[in-house]
Design a binder for this molecule. Structure first.
Ligand code: NAP
Length: 236
């Protein structure tokens, strides 16, 4: 740890997985700048709103961050959109929406903050998904394409920003169910997971903390999925 507390920016930090990551980083000694759209996080060093689906959203967030902080040790991209869209219901708007938020925004935000990360010899952790990131799912072609893109962006930027900045990803399996997800589908899915349960946001936060502090690890995609990626045909 540096003499001054390290600073982390976490996107989507107001709810669910992003909130768990932000809390874990805070507990580990980071000053956390907590990004949000609708759900303002409380109890962190700063709460920074931005719509990251807009082309200018990442630059606006980077400017707001720089106005409050002069260093950045860790950038975590957790904001995302998850939409089930069978092929017959995919259109250009739906496809672009997944790609814009899940892949373009992390790329542009990393670009905007790369000088600060480089100065601190910092790290980036992208929150991908086993769906698209590691395996294919039916009915989620756009979502899977966005997470596949995020994984490849992780690898490209690991090369491009080395040796000063490390860039890694976590690929969670299900760690929080979408609202209204049917109990029968939950049980069926849990049976396919080798560790026989869904994960928790704390499982993802622990993996982010590991990657944040692993000085010789870059360009990896760390599954946090109870082994689910190994157990045959996926689906959510
Ligand atoms: N839940 C899981 O089991 C699971 C599994 C694998 C991967 N993941 C990944 O983990 C990440 C978090 O998942 P989650 O389930 O916690 O997410 P979620 O409940 O769907 O929440 C979405 C997050 O993204 C933010 N967001 C949505 N639209 C935005 C926009 N246009 N601009 C900026 N921020 C926006 C939301 O901010 P506000 O709430 O402030 O509006 C919220 O923090 C995602 O990248 C997801 O793909 C989750």
């Amino acid at each position: 740890m540096p003499a001054r507390p390290p600073v982390a920016l976490v996107t989507g930090a107001g709810v669910r997985v992003g909130a768990a990551i932000a809390r874990a980083l805070s507990a580990a000694g980071y000053r956390v700048a907590a990004h949000h759209l609708h759900h303002r996080p409380r109890g962190f060093a700063a709460a920074l709103p931005a719509d990251l689906s807009l082309p200018g959203g990442p630059d606006a967030l980077a400017a707001a961050f720089r106005a409050r902080f002069d260093r950045l040790d860790l950038l975590v991209h957790s904001a995302g959109a998850f939409e089930e869209r069978p092929l017959r219901r995919i259109d250009a708007r739906a496809f672009d929406a997944q790609l814009d938020l899940n892949a373009r925004a992390p790329l542009l935000l990393t670009r905007a903050l790369a000088p600060l990360l480089s100065r601190a010899r910092g790290a980036v952790v992208n929150v991908a998904d086993i769906g698209g990131g590691l395996v294919a799912w039916p009915r989620y072609a756009a979502y899977c394409a966005s997470k596949a893109a995020l994984v490849r962006i992780t690898e490209c930027l690991a090369l491009e920003l080395a040796p000063r900045v490390r860039v890694n990803a976590v690929a969670p399996g299900t760690v929080l169910w979408p609202e209204g997800y049917p109990a029968t589908r939950r049980r069926a899915l849990a049976r396919r997971i080798p560790l026989r349960r869904a994960g928790t946001p704390a499982d993802v936060a622990a993996a982010v903390l590991y990657l944040a502090g692993a000085p010789y690890v870059t360009g990896v995609v760390l599954p946090v999925d109870g082994g689910r990626r190994l157990s045959g045909r996926g689906g959510d």
